[in-house]
Design a protein around this ligand. Structure first.
Ligand code: ZN
Length: 302
């Protein structure tokens, strides 16, 4: 069994919940449907939350009133459970615990008033502070309700449909990327994204690459963050294989590769998340240089 988490680690986080939905404030997302090709395109364009991170000040937002539905909290998983390839729920809880510790420390050091997002695991469809969504949109972060929405079946899709190698750390990279959007939301960096701005050097791509870089910073730093009692970190230092699986996930969801898969040919001007090469490079930048290496906004070229 892969040893991502320390086997006897216990998690204590109220950040993860299952079922239901959150939110109740404004925001809107479009959810496509239809045939396989449409579905693939929708996933390709929305994977990792592109449309929502595009929410910027001044965007027309249609307010929706929604019933607040709180999910059930997931707590009390052990590291051993989180390491079980079949137990995505516990892995996400362990990841959330570790990311919470890492970002509480890192963001405070940078003078950012930090609070955790909520990780909302859902099944097929969910009501959010950004509107209704289905699994087809892939994992995403909704700024108005500060929740990360994730259908666990996405990871099987990532392997079976997109051909990623998979692996525990690869799955956690996905969560860490969305967590990165939350950090951008808290710092105000998310507001740099201009709606409809696409292409390899666009604000959309810079925002996504920064989220990848933040995920890399967490991967590198996670095994250094101690648990509540100052004991051993909940995450074991990732192996070479795990890191290569996380890189493989970043490669898998590059815009150029997804465009190729959907048969639409390469169209860099339509990129919203960055090419495979860009995504791998910024994930690596984060792993090597930490959060300080993640300024995609002032880099002349990303
Ligand atoms: Zn994203």
């Amino acid at each position: 069994m892969p040893m991502t988490f320390r086997g006897d680690a216990g998690f204590d986080t109220s950040a993860v919940s299952t079922g239901g939905g959150g939110g109740g404030r404004g925001g809107a997302i479009a959810v496509g449907g239809g045939g396989i090709v449409t579905l693939l395109l929708v996933i390709a364009s929305m994977i990792f939350g592109v449309d929502l991170t595009g929410l910027a000040p001044g965007d027309p937002i249609s307010p929706q009133s929604q019933q607040q539905q709180q999910g059930e909290e997931v707590t009390g998983c052990t590291g051993e459970q989180a390491n079980d390839p079949a137990n995505v729920t516990c892995r996400m809880e362990g990841g959330a615990d570790s990311m919470s510790r890492f970002w509480t420390e890192t963001a405070s050091a940078a003078g950012v008033e930090y609070q955790d997002p909520t990780v909302q695991l859902f099944d097929r469809q969910v009501q959010t502070g950004c509107g209704g969504a289905t699994s087809a949109v892939g994992p995403f972060y909704c700024p108005p309700d500060q929740r990360i929405y994730l259908d666990e079946t996405f990871f099987a899709d990532m392997r079976d449909r997109f051909g990623a190698e998979g692996g525990n750390l690869a799955e956690l990279y996905v969560l860490a990327h969305e967590w990165g959007h939350h950090v951008q939301n808290l710092t105000g960096q998310l507001q740099n994204v201009q709606q409809g701005d696409t292409g390899p050097q666009s604000s959309a791509v810079r925002s996504e690459l920064q989220a990848d870089c933040y995920a890399g910073a967490w991967i590198a730093g996670a095994s250094q963050v101690r648990d509540d009692d100052g004991g051993a970190p909940v995450l074991i230092e990732p192996t070479r294989e795990e890191i290569s699986q996380a890189m493989d996930a970043a490669q898998t969801i590059g815009d150029d590769r997804l465009q190729e898969m959907s048969g639409g040919g390469s169209n860099p001007e339509g990129w919203t998340h960055g090419s495979s090469e860009q995504r791998m490079r910024w994930l690596e930048n984060g792993m090597e240089g930490g959060v300080g290496a993640c300024d995609t906004w002032s880099a002349p070229e990303v």
